[in-house]
Design a protein around this ligand. Structure first.
Ligand code: 5GP
Ligand code: ZN
Length: 112
């Protein structure tokens, strides 16, 4: 657990969250400010700052994170159409520096 990390504190149960899946390696919970009808954050329980750091440190965990995100999408009933976003670095809008996959869907998602 990293000092002063919001998502480490959610993983530790110190801050409440609406959990949708909990496994040995990952926690998935609803975003507090959803940008789509379904907006779930999937985090590894181990602290890594962003997806680049995660991949460099543990490529297998990064791969399993993608599989976990797909399971979350299926579980949320959006397996037919969803978006996966990893904001990486402050200039890209990352505000919490514990890697998290945004799983978004449940409506029409605008093209990029
Ligand atoms: P980022 O901008 O770093 O990619 O995404 C961080 C996300 O975390 C944002 O979408 C924000 O709404 C969400 N968030 C921030 N604080 C909390 C919190 O305390 N609980 C939950 N569930 N989500 C949070
Ligand atoms: Zn953390």
């Amino acid at each position: 657990m990293a000092d002063d990390c919001l998502f480490c504190r959610i993983v530790a149960g110190e801050i409440p969250a609406t959990v949708v899946r909990d496994s040995a390696e990952f926690l998935a919970f609803r975003d507090i400010a959803p940008k789509a009808p379904v907006h779930v954050l999937v985090v590894p329980k181990a602290h890594h700052a962003d997806v680049a750091a995660l991949t460099a440190a543990d490529a297998g965990l990064a791969q399993r994170l993608l599989a976990e995100a797909a399971e979350v999408a299926r579980g949320e009933g959006i397996g037919g159409g969803w978006r996966l976003v990893f904001n990486t670095g402050a200039p890209a809008g990352q505000t919490v520096f514990h890697v998290h996959a945004h799983v978004l869907g449940g409506g029409r998602i605008e093209g990029m």
